[in-house]
Design a protein around this ligand. Structure first.
Ligand SMILES: Cc1ncc(C[n+]2csc(CCOP(=O)(O)OP(=O)(O)O)c2C)c(N)n1
Length: 519
């Protein structure tokens, strides 16, 4: 039996549960959407980096792949920053893009993509433009299975515009497992090391959240009375941040990591690289006398770790294996000091975080991209429940605002709070329009400090006093929001903050709260 490529692809997408298509269309994509099936929905983003970041948030919040459709070369070009972020986030995305008709390709036509498959490399796991139209369904299927295999990530398929009406045979979906179960002998050795350690510590990363291993991690930490540190620049939350064993957030700096972990004889890294550094450093990677065990879903992270025993495994399965061993009686580690409460006298970033923590609805999800506010957030806005925090693993700005829209689309029962720096928000401000059109109750909190403050602070590391290009005066976020259909309120004093947040959290519409903070 023959069907059109389009029919075969939509049948496959339906089987994979990829019925939400994030896109921004062009002429080279239009035939894909002929007779658009009623059980599919198209989520429009007004720029392609916004499209991919929305899909990323959606995919992460659902724990499954999402489908993206981009315009040929230029659309992929606009999307590349967000594709890079999805790659670092290990977010499964099937990214498709249009291409000019096969018969036109010898003439280098308008809108054609010369090296379509190379354009998104190296930040896709697999990239393909099928040799024949009839091979498009198989390429989409392989892209999906590959995206979902551990470590997950984006894949790319370029589809010539004339392929959609061509004939092919239908392709049934298959079951393809992507879960890696670690070597039992090595996991048993790791469990023994843990049981015999004097003072073990756990360093936890985003793969713990991605693999749904929150309860196993909690059990492991409590079993061993092990302090839990969050790995540097971690993109998800993995452990209740007010638990007595919660030690804090490791900096992305070798010597400071060693100082934080001092006194431990065994460092168990779970679902994170060893380690993510941001600044140069030398000397040891571990405190003197300590050994390291790493459980990771990423074979490359295992191979490049500078020290320790590395075991490639799904985190839930791996931590369960570690739970097989008992633990000796150990004294509880010292409790990390908590930040003291702040009075409503200065509208600072820490005060904003404190009030957000007090007023945020139960179960609400924070999607953060406010680099200079990270310290204040860590101190005053703890994440207490699983899957309630997302940021980007790449450090690339322009992710948080549209990702929050995608998370809200995936989790309609939850309140989503996008916590954004003024600079960060401007990389993807068109995402507000999608939130309004989709009628999503996202609360966008803009931390307006009038600058790229994180960059100003980082300049000191290189001995620069005042770097150029870091001031952002004259931005009116309320006007930017209203122009796109999002209600907005500006807060300039402590006394106005609670009412604004309560109003935003109390409605079912998207609201932007612009908070003008003092230094
Ligand atoms: C795409 C991209 N461009 C530039 C940077 C460099 N950068 C890192 S932090 C930062 C400033 C962010 O400003 P804002 O969101 O206002 O937060 P603040 O630092 O003021 O808290 C910049 C520009 C980046 N990380 N990503």
């Amino acid at each position: 039996m023959n069907v059109s490529v389009r029919e075969a692809v939509f049948a496959l997408l339906r089987d994979f549960g990829l019925t939400t298509i994030f896109g921004n269309p062009g002429s080279t994509e239009l035939p894909m959407f002929r007779d658009f099936p009623a059980d599919f929905r198209y989520v429009l983003g007004l720029q392609e980096s916004v499209v991919v970041a929305m899909a990323d948030g959606f995919a992460q919040a659902r724990g499954r792949a999402a489908l993206v459709n981009l315009h040929s070369a230029i659309g992929v070009g606009h999307a590349l920053g967000s594709i890079f972020t999805a790659y670092r986030n290990e977010t499964p995305l099937v990214v498709t893009a249009g291409q000019q008709a096969r018969s036109l390709l010898p003439f280098e036509p308008f809108l054609y993509s010369e090296q379509a498959t190379n354009l998104p490399r190296p930040y896709v796991k697999w990239s393909c433009e099928p040799a024949r139209a009839a091979d498009v369904p198989a390429a989409i299927a392989r892209a999906y299975y590959t995206a979902m295999q551990s470590p997950r990530g984006p894949t790319f398929v370029s589809v010539p515009v004339d392929d959609w009406e061509r004939a092919c045979t239908p392709l049934p979906a298959r079951e393809v497992s992507g879960t890696i179960s670690g070597d039992p002998a090595l996991l048993a050795r790791a469990a023994t090391l843990l049981a015999s350690a004097r003072r073990p510590v756990l360093v936890v990363g985003a793969a713990v959240a991605r693999d749904g291993a929150w309860p196993e991690l909690l059990a492991l930490a409590e079993r061993h009375q092990a302090a839990v540190w969050v790995s540097p620049l971690c993109a998800r939350n993995n452990f209740p941040e007010r638990h007595r064993l919660f030690a804090g957030f490791l900096p992305a700096d070798r010597a400071r990591i060693v100082a934080c972990l001092a006194g431990s004889d065994l460092v168990v890294v779970l679902g994170a690289p060893v380690f993510t550094y941001h600044v140069e450093g030398d000397g040891p990677h571990l405190p003197e006398g300590a050994t390291l065990v790493q459980l990771t879903q990423d074979p490359a992270a295992a191979a490049r770790a500078p020290v320790g025993l590395a075991i490639v495994t799904d985190l839930k399965l791996g931590i369960r294996a570690l739970l097989a061993s008992g633990a000796p009686a150990r004294a509880a580690p010292a409790v990390a000091p908590r930040a003291s409460p702040l009075a409503p006298d200065r509208l600072t970033e820490p005060y904003l975080m404190q009030q957000l923590a007090a007023l945020r609805p139960a179960g609400s999800i924070v999607v953060e991209e406010a680099p200079g506010s990270r310290g204040a957030m860590h101190a005053y806005l703890p994440m207490l429940e699983p899957d309630t925090f997302y940021t980007c693993a790449s450090g690339g700005l322009g992710y948080g605002l549209p990702a929050a829209v995608g998370v809200a689309l995936a989790r309609p029962e939850r309140r989503v709070i996008a916590l954004l720096g003024d600079g960060s928000a401007m990389y993807a401000i068109q995402g507000l329009w999608s939130a309004a059109e989709l009628a999503l109750p996202v609360t966008f909190v803009i931390v307006n400090n009038g600058s790229y403050r994180a960059l100003n602070e980082f300049a000191a590391h290189f001995g620069l006093a005042t770097p150029p290009g870091t001031l952002l005066p004259h931005l009116d976020f309320c006007a930017l929001a209203r122009a796109q259909g999002v209600e907005a309120v500006r807060v300039t004093r402590c006394a106005e903050l609670d009412a604004a947040l309560r109003m935003a959290f109390g409605t079912t519409r998207a609201v932007l709260v612009e908070v003008c903070v003092e230094e």
